[in-house]
Each structure stands twice: as C-alpha cells, then as structure tokens.
Design a protein around this ligand. Structure first.
Ligand code: ADP
Ligand code: CKP
Ligand code: MG
Ligand code: MG
Length: 310
C-alpha cells in the first residue's frame, strides 16, 4: 500500500439543487470538498492510504468534514482544529454557460487558510510515497504557501495540480509563484490543464505547453476538459478521450482524474492505463453533484470501462 500526504484546505460545498443564477436558488445541498481532500478520497478508495495535513474550524462543519473523510478511509489524525471558521463555497450550475459551474467562495480568513509550516511532520514527509498539493493552497495565505514550499523541499516524491483560481489571486501572481515552486522543486507528477498552462507558459496547445513545462516534471498530465486528457512521460505521449454524458456539475472532475491517476500509477498501473481509468472517474464526476460521492472503486471503474466501450 502506498502513502500520499496531501496539504490543503477542506471546504464545505453548498451546491445549488437547481441550475441557474444563485439569486433565484432556494435550496442548497451540502457536500465535503476542497481539491486536496478530493484527491485524498479518490486515492484512498483505490486501495492506497492518504494522510491529510490541514486545518478545519472547531465548529460543526469542521467536525462534519473530519468524520466524513474518516468514513472514506482518509487518515485525518493530523488535521488540526483552528479557532477560525471552516471555509465554505457555493456552486452556481449551468448559468450563464451551460455545462459549466461557478464557485463562489466564503473562505477569507478561514481555518484552512491558517495552514503553516509548523503543521508539517518531517518523518511523515520523508516516508511518504508522494506529497501532493495544488495552486489553491499556494493562493490562500502566505503561511499556507510557505508550508507547501517547505513540504516539497523535504519530500522524496512530489505531485502538484496547478488548479489556478483567478478569484484567489491574479494571473501574474499565480504564474510567478507556481513557476518559482517548479524551478525550485522539480516534480515527479505535474497535473495541469490547458487554461492553466496558458497562464503559466502562455500556451494552451497541449504539446506546446508540455514542451515548455517538461523541464519541471518527470510526468505531465494535461487535462483538456470534455475532450479528455494527455499524459507525457519518458518520451511517450498518450491521449485518452473523454465521453459524452449529461453534465450535472463539473466541479471536482479534475481532482477525480488526478487522484485516480496518482493512486493507480503508484499501485503499478502503466500511465496510459491509469489515464483511461482516471478519465472514467472524471466522467462519472460530472454526472453528479458533489465532488467525493461519485468517486468509484476499482471494480466500479472496470464496470464503467467495460460497458462504455462495448
Ligand atoms: P479541471 O477542472 O481540473 O481543469 P477538466 O475540466 O479538464 O479538469 O476536467 C477533467 C476531466 O473531466 C476531463 O479530462 C474529462 O474527462 C472530464 N470532463 C470535464 N468536463 C466534462 C464534460 N463537460 N463532459 C464530459 N466529461 C468532462
Ligand atoms: O479542479 P476541480 O474542479 O476538480 O476542483 C474542485 C475543488 O478546492 C472544489 O472542491 C473546490 O473546493 C476547490 O476546487 C476550490 O477551492 O476551488
Ligand atoms: Mg482542477
Ligand atoms: Mg462533480
């Protein structure tokens, strides 16, 4: 069994029950989310272990998040309770662009943003098979950013999902900070998409973007929305196409893809096969609300692939 250590912020997701502008939505459904927590659940359900490092509020939502993640098998023994509130966000679905979602954050000063280098454990980082974080955690506070830089410095093997959120920082700040991390700590796994590569290296063409990003990672996964995704490694390139399905909410699909890919590659799947499974998981994710409820077991992914490719 492989161990991933993930650093980030768990958020409470309030997903609108009906599509359309939030000013006219009456009912919201609560889910546990946050990119790195999504990665952890995807990773764990496929037979590996994930230790989450971060903070939640000493409040009902914080307790809810810890109990939920523990129930999914995530190791929450290092999640700290913080006097600030657990961060939340709302999702507006399919408006004003059909098949797209908008995240509206209420997370400034949240417990999760208080993550700091003091929350790190040296032995845990050294012994982990992979240490993972995202651009979101670089953006939420100075101390969270320092924690990611320090953790990556101490880790043997690192994974990073660029996840650039322009509501949290400017494109210039995102580019400068993420490229600085990549230059200082070249990665084993870089998981990104064509919008983020445009911000980082000015390219949204997958092959061109890969060429510019390749000095910084041994393996790159380039997500391409509904089209699918491409993996580049050891001189090889493999594109796995997406599936056409009815879209309920696209939030969480990228994390489903990334968490599934990492777990299966660490379990010994060749990257091409792992990407096919990861695409399957991300496809299921867009058909339902909630980021973690749609995350499948290996058996469920096998069934998806068998039936969808008949
Ligand atoms: P991210 O949100 O992290 O940038 P993407 O938008 O590229 O990630 O989505 C990740 C994966 O989810 C895609 O590679 C694809 O398999 C699936 N996906 C995303 N949007 C759709 C969609 N509209 N229809 C079908 N599959 C989708
Ligand atoms: O890139 P994804 O749509 O997979 O990311 C979704 C997550 O952490 C979601 O859970 C949300 O809480 C967030 O990204 C975020 O901060 O935007
Ligand atoms: Mg993403
Ligand atoms: Mg979803």
């Amino acid at each position: 069994m492989k161990t991933m250590v993930a650093l980030g912020e768990i958020l409470i997701e309030l997903n609108s029950l009906s599509p359309g502008p939030l000013r006219h939505v009456t009912y919201f459904e609560k889910h546990i989310a946050g990119s790195e927590a999504n990665y952890c659940v995807a990773f764990t359900l496929l037979g590996n272990r994930c230790v989450f490092v971060g903070r939640v509020g000493d409040d009902e939502f914080g307790r809810n998040a810890i109990e939920w993640l523990r129930g999914k098998g995530v190791d929450v023994g290092r999640v700290k309770l913080d006097p600030n509130p657990t961060g939340i966000f709302f999702i507006q679905r399919n408006y004003p662009v059909p098949d797209k979602s908008i995240s509206i954050y209420y997370r400034k000063g949240s417990a999760g943003s208080r993550l700091s280098p003091g929350d790190l454990d040296d032995d845990l980082l050294r012994e982990a098979d992979v240490v993972h974080s995202t651009g979101i955690t670089l953006a939420i506070s100075e101390t969270a950013r320092e924690a990611v830089f320090e953790a990556f410095e101490r880790a043997k093997v690192t994974s990073f999902d660029t996840n650039i959120r322009l509501k949290l920082w400017s494109p210039e700040e995102a580019r400068e900070t993420i490229m600085n991390l990549l230059r200082r700590e070249p990665l084993k796994f870089l998981i990104t998409d064509t919008d983020d590569s445009k911000v980082l290296v000015g390219e949204s063409n997958p092959d061109e973007a890969y060429r510019l990003l390749s000095p910084y990672a041994e393996l790159v996964v380039m997500k391409q929305g509904p089209k699918g995704a491409t993996v580049y490694y050891e001189g090889e390139k493999y594109f796995s196409p997406g599936y056409t399905v009815k879209v309920e909410d696209v939030v969480g699909a990228g994390d489903a893809l990334g968490g599934t890919f990492l777990s299966l590659v660490l379990s010994g799947f060749p990257p091409k096969k792992a990407l096919d499974y990861a695409i399957a998981s991300s496809t299921l994710n867009v058909t339902m609300r909630g980021d973690q409820e749609p995350l499948p077991t290996l058996q469920e992914l096998d069934e998806f692939l068998r039936e969808m490719n008949k």
